[in-house]
Design a protein around this ligand. Structure first.
Ligand code: DGJ
Length: 726
């Protein structure tokens, strides 16, 4: 009775069909038979029911087309709790594991009430459950973004007691259940210099865990895609895809049962972590993002990247074109001075660069990577009059100025560490392990937070800086906080990330016109936690153009092109001697940057660079805001093609790359490997391609018949512009 009394019915409908006739097709409807909720996006339906016993259970998540909520689906994922807890029979991977004050470690939940809210323009289902005996209340949220086929799920847990703490030993953001089937998981793998490599594996019975335990995502960013075992089409077929909005330690478990069902659970990694939930307090998890599409891996990538581009990226820069930048790291490393930076800037301006960025080496004592981190004041030996005179000259040339920082770190050889050796993560009697000769500041500490806010604010207010490249160059070790009270000791990693977000958020609100770039020895920390605060990300320290084709293709599976920073440099990892032309074409498929020592360039090289940068400016709104069709994967063939299409289908740009002289299949299957079929155009529209003698083609022809593969020769490339014919 209690359950019924509390049951808030926001929308009361007798059937799914009745709802469909409603003009104002809501994303969430409340049903009475069975009692529960149906959540709909463009292609998916997610159904929850409330059992007579007061359990909130998932009974369906998948295609909307075959969905009939009243009939067979009711038994479809029998007994899958929306909030699986440690308690009773441990058959599911738990989302919640708590210990109450009297040492009881089992939880038992019952429904309290539900409500449909509007959160920032989208419907969200809020369900409150509470423990049947203990003072624990858990609120789960499902926010619906129908146009991206995405659900955002998260929970908050409240201790409603007046006296005692509850220990949270594990609290994940979401659990999602998929029906009995064979499943393949696509995820990313990698290491420094080889980020975002796509991997595919069959999910057999047992648990497959993707995770981070050292604050880095080199080994795998927190992205995944799951597809039924018999579906692998790029452009069609079912795919569930997801990620976490979190930059600290995380985990995602794929728990496959003998009956074929798959449970996906993700959130903060509570390994060596515990949260002391004090009486009267609440703990909220980060968001778990999950989507469903019937348009294959392409649909998954397009939905997720559009969602990030349109709803996650910081508002200030969301709709702005990213500037072409020059970064001096590869040219000058730590050895920077005003004269040499201005010489680089002069040529950068000549070739069309819009933003000049000084990388590492500008601050006190920073002659190599053994000293200086932590002291965010200018090195007076290198810049006797400070940075501002140089910035002024760069501004007068017509470029904005940006700067590199690595705020979370400190070198033992720095004034900061000499004054505050206790500000780093450490355990007494344990080695303070250094990575790249540096230690990690314990940003969970309020004094560290205040110091960084003050010193970075001073840097930004004393100099006309319009861009920050925020680096993070080591993994976490010995995460001790000796000064903290016992109950906070194992909260340290979560508190660190909370304060990291707070620090970036405070700086962005104090300096709203400054653009931010995320970096972590390359792409070591790319996730939605950072991308909701930073406008773009440095994808890899590896600038070899062929390696980049793989890194970038992987990156673009999950993250939008207007966040993917790509520079051309003189680095030649595999003695490939790739041409400047090829390097530019690879870098132009993201946010273009230049990293060469351009003072050494010949006139011919400068001329080529100027022409490429001009071409990039012509196509960059398509690259940065268009819809990406990854036409040919370098993971499958020894060529690759990416196509970006305007929303109104009036134009497109296609990047075509060869990775060999002889293309796989070009002899046996001549039709296939010699052909390029485009996607996403309008069938009946006529398009002109200037690079193909201004030939006019019907959209239908370009998509169904295709054109001859336009690239000849190893490590050659072609950029095609496809324009609606007048
Ligand atoms: C690592 C980054 O990935 C590089 O681009 C460069 O900024 C160096 N750090 C500087 O130390």
């Amino acid at each position: 009775m209690k359950i019924i009394r509390y049951f808030i019915i926001s929308l009361f409908l007798n059937s799914f069909q009745a709802q469909a006739q409603q003009e104002n097709n809501p994303a969430i409807i409340t049903t009475d038979n069975p009692r529960g909720w149906i959540i709909q996006t463009r292609s998916s339906a997610y159904q929850l029911v409330l059992t007579k016993e007061g359990q909130v259970q998932q009974v369906y998540y998948g295609t909307k087309d075959q969905f009939n909520y009243q009939k067979k689906n009711a038994q479809w994922i029998n007994g899958a709790d929306e909030i699986p807890v440690r308690g009773a029979f441990p058959t599911k991977t738990p989302l919640l594991e708590v210990v109450f004050a009297d040492h009881v470690r089992d939880a038992e939940l019952a429904f309290v009430n539900a409500e449909i809210l509007n959160i920032e323009g989208c419907q969200a289902l809020k369900i409150i459950q509470k423990d049947k005996y203990y003072p624990l209340e858990i609120t789960s949220f499902i926010r619906v973004l129908p146009e991206f086929d995405i659900l955002e799920k998260w929970v908050s847990v409240k201790n409603t007691d007046k006296k005692n703490s509850i220990q949270i030993e594990n609290l994940q953001s979401a659990s999602v259940n998929l029906p009995s089937d064979a499943y393949n998981l696509t995820h990313m793998a990698g290491e420094w210099g080889h980020e975002f490599q796509l991997r595919n594996t069959k999910l057999t019975e047992g648990v497959k865990t993707l995770q981070a335990r050292d604050f880095k995502s080199f080994t795998n960013p927190n992205w995944f895609m799951v597809r039924p075992g018999d579906e692998s089409g790029d452009t069609s077929g079912a795919a569930w895809f997801g990620t976490l909005q979190y930059s600290g330690n995380w985990r995602i478990d794929f728990d496959k049962a003998f009956n074929g069902r798959l449970q996906i659970v993700g959130g903060i990694n509570f390994w060596d972590t515990n949260w002391d939930l004090k009486a009267g307090t609440t703990f909220e998890t980060p968001k778990f993002i999950i989507g469903y599409t019937r348009s294959g891996s392409e649909g998954a990538a397009q939905n997720l990247t559009a969602y990030i581009r349109k709803t996650i990226l910081p508002k200030q820069w969301r709709n702005k074109l990213r500037p072409v930048l020059y970064n001096s790291w590869y040219a000058t490393a730590f050895n920077v001075n005003e004269e040499q930076q201005l010489a680089l800037a002069k040529i950068a301006k000549e070739i069309g660069v819009e933003l000049f960025v000084i990388d590492d080496g500008w601050f006190k004592g920073r002659n190599d990577d053994h000293a200086g981190l932590g002291d965010w004041t200018v090195d007076k030996k290198k810049f006797p009059d400070g940075l501002q005179p140089m910035i002024k000259k760069i501004n007068e040339m017509g470029m904005d100025f940006g700067i590199w920082v690595e705020p979370e770190m400190v070198n033992p050889n720095s004034d900061l560490y000499r004054a505050h050796p206790d500000w780093v993560f450490n355990f007494p009697h344990r080695t303070r392990h250094e990575g790249r000769n540096q230690l990690m500041l314990n940003l969970a500490r309020e004094d560290v937070y205040q110091y960084l806010l003050k010193s970075l604010s001073a840097l930004l207010s004393e100099n006309n800086i319009k861009f920050i490249k925020w680096d993070h160059n080591r993994t976490l070790s010995e995460p001790g906080w000796p000064d903290a009270p016992a109950d906070k000791q194992r909260e340290v990693r979560i508190r660190y990330i909370d304060n990291l977000y707070r620090l970036i958020d405070s700086l962005r609100s104090r300096f709203p016109d400054v653009q931010f770039e995320d970096c972590s020895s390359g792409g070591g920390r790319v996730d939605l936690g950072m991308l909701s605060r930073m406008d773009q990300a440095w994808a890899s320290d590896n600038t070899d153009p062929v390696d980049r084709l793989f890194i970038q293709y992987g990156y673009l599976s999950a993250f939008p092109a207007n966040t993917m920073v790509s520079w051309i440099t003189h680095e030649d990892w595999h003695a490939l001697k790739a041409t400047l032309d090829y390097k530019f074409d690879v870098a132009m498929s993201g946010v273009l940057g230049i990293g060469y020592d351009i003072t050494k360039w010949t006139d011919a090289e400068k001329k080529l660079a100027a022409a490429k940068i001009a071409k990039y400016k012509e196509i960059r709104s398509l690259v940065q805001f268009g819809t990406l069709y990854r036409l040919i994967s370098p993971f499958k063939e020894n060529r690759s093609a990416l196509q970006y299409v305007a929303d109104d289908q009036s134009s497109a740009v296609v990047f075509c790359y060869n990775m060999a002289e002889y293309l796989n299949g070009s002899i046996e299957q001549a039709q296939e490997a010699n052909t390029l079929k485009l996607r996403g155009l309008s069938s009946n529209t006529s398009y002109k391609i200037p690079q193909l003698n201004n030939e006019i083609y019907k959209g239908d022809f370009l998509m169904k018949v295709g054109i001859t593969w336009p690239v000849k020769g190893a490590y050659k490339s072609v950029i095609l512009q496809v324009q609606k014919a007048e």
